[in-house]
Design a protein around this ligand. Structure first.
Ligand SMILES: [Zn+2]
Length: 453
């Protein structure tokens, strides 16, 4: 299980420290920061407005968000939109030069825009709240006079700049949101305390919210329904649909077959498109694996909803790529994703038997065996190898919807391959149950099972 998010008061209370470590390590907004509260381990994240976002401090004045200090006064209201000046109790931000993935870019009104994190909250029609990553061109934002403002487009991408957040009130919000609404670049939105409150409670499905079950900005479903914004003239924002990402050739090795991939896409469940964990795990794993397998070019095709991973050689260079669909697959967490990554590296270094005409890329069963037996043992030191492998095998069993035979009694542990699994001539993907057996054999330092090619 992924670590739960901390209770609201904890993150707010610890925020200066969280912010400090994010700043020191250059972690983007949304990066999960592991900490502890009274109930044990939990994660906090940061969420904010882009630097230079103008915030109303009175009826007529605005100030760039990062210039608002603790003790300054800003304009706040509740759902009644009766604005009043209140003292800022809370003002924190990141420095302005880091890359922030999964940033939402909203164009509205007379070509104005806002750059915010996906969990930023906006007041929309009928006094409801909507997360930024659920806004569509069919929504209206609300200005400080309560008038509707048309949204022209919403997109997602990387923002090369800083974020900042403020709050005048760190108490739990009441249902009228009194003191928690602010005006950012003319638009009414929630303050930081409100974001944290709903985020920590995963309470986006209360009646205060709309659009929770609608497609998330950036997904294929969203793009085909609402399109994207073309020609964004902003040096600091690169929309993800303009990302140049190396595409694997059609003969690249894969983690699962096309049929299996389609089946998972149809019946499997996924973490949200803007989920920061899936992304942070994958980026961490790339860093970790790169130190042991530095020749490989690692990439994550976040926008790709196909569930798979690839290994290939092009112009003498070695490549491994994971898709967004795979790393967001609910069955897989950091350990499972780690074993998938090891499988792809296993194609490169696993040795014979090789795929025909592949420049020496290993067959599927061999890639599985070498991944579990060698690569994971190299990357995860000491007993940590066992811990990671056990979790990884459990997650991949769930992914393949097969049982991990090792968890059962000794009686049934004698795994007998089914007839179709005895087809050992092929170099292609063995059935899920055989792959789980292969991973276990790798850990136990037993020979490669006969069902694995
Ligand atoms: Zn493979």
């Amino acid at each position: 299980m992924a670590v739960r998010e901390c209770e609201a008061p904890h993150c707010s209370g610890a925020d200066a420290e969280i912010n400090e470590i994010c700043k020191q390590e250059g972690w983007p907004i949304g990066h999960p920061v592991l900490t502890r509260d009274s109930q044990g381990p939990c994660t906090c994240t940061c969420s904010c407005f882009a630097l230079n976002t103008p915030i109303c401090i009175s009826e007529v004045e605005v100030k760039a968000i990062q210039d608002i200090k603790k003790g300054d006064y800003i304009y706040v209201a509740g759902l009644d939109l009766k604005w009043d000046q209140k003292k800022v109790l809370f003002s924190q931000g990141t420095k302005g030069n880091s890359k922030q993935p999964l940033t939402i870019y909203i164009v509205y009104g007379d070509n104005q825009h806002l750059v915010v994190t996906p969990d930023s909250l906006f007041l929309v029609e009928n006094k409801k709240l909507k997360r930024a990553d659920k806004l569509t061109p069919e929504d209206y934002l609300i200005n400080q006079n309560g008038e509707k403002v048309k949204i022209n487009g919403v997109t997602i991408g990387d923002f090369y700049g800083g974020f900042h957040h403020i709050s005048t009130n760190i108490e739990e919000p009441s249902s009228d949101l009194q003191g928690h609404l602010i005006v950012a670049n003319g638009i009414v939105c929630g303050d930081y305390a409100l974001q944290i409150y709903y985020q920590s409670r995963k309470a986006y499905d209360t009646e205060m919210f709309v659009g929770t079950n609608e497609p998330t900005v950036g997904t294929q479903e969203y793009k085909s329904k609402y399109g994207t914004i073309e020609n964004i003239k902003n040096k600091e924002f690169i929309p993800s649909h303009e990302h140049q990402i190396e595409k694997p050739p059609s003969n690249a090795m894969t983690f699962i077959s096309e049929e299996e991939s389609k089946r998972y896409m149809r019946y499997g469940s996924f973490r949200n498109f803007t989920d920061p964990n899936s992304r942070a795990w994958t980026e961490y794993l790339f860093t970790q694996f790169k130190s042991f397998y530095p020749e490989i070019n690692y990439s994550l095709d976040w926008d790709n909803e196909v569930v798979n991973a690839y290994a290939w050689i092009e112009d003498g260079k070695r490549y491994v790529q994971l898709t967004g669909g795979l790393v967001r697959a609910e069955a897989l967490e950091i350990e499972g994703i780690s074993l998938v990554l090891a499988h792809e590296i296993g194609h490169h270094y696993g040795g014979e038997p090789f795929y025909p005409d592949s420049n020496g890329l290993s067959c599927e069963g061999q890639a599985d065996f070498y991944a579990s037996r060698n690569i994971m043992r190299v990357v995860w030191f000491g007993e940590y190898y066992i811990t990671v492998m056990e979790k990884a095998i459990t997650q991949i069993s769930k992914f393949f919807k097969v049982t991990n035979k090792r968890d059962e009694t000794e009686e049934t542990a004698a795994f007998l391959p089914k007839d179709e699994e005895l087809n050992m001539n092929s170099c292609s993907h063995p059935p899920g149950a055989c792959r789980i057996e292969t991973y276990n054999a790798g850990v136990d330092l037993k020979p490669k099972p006969a069902c694995a090619n």
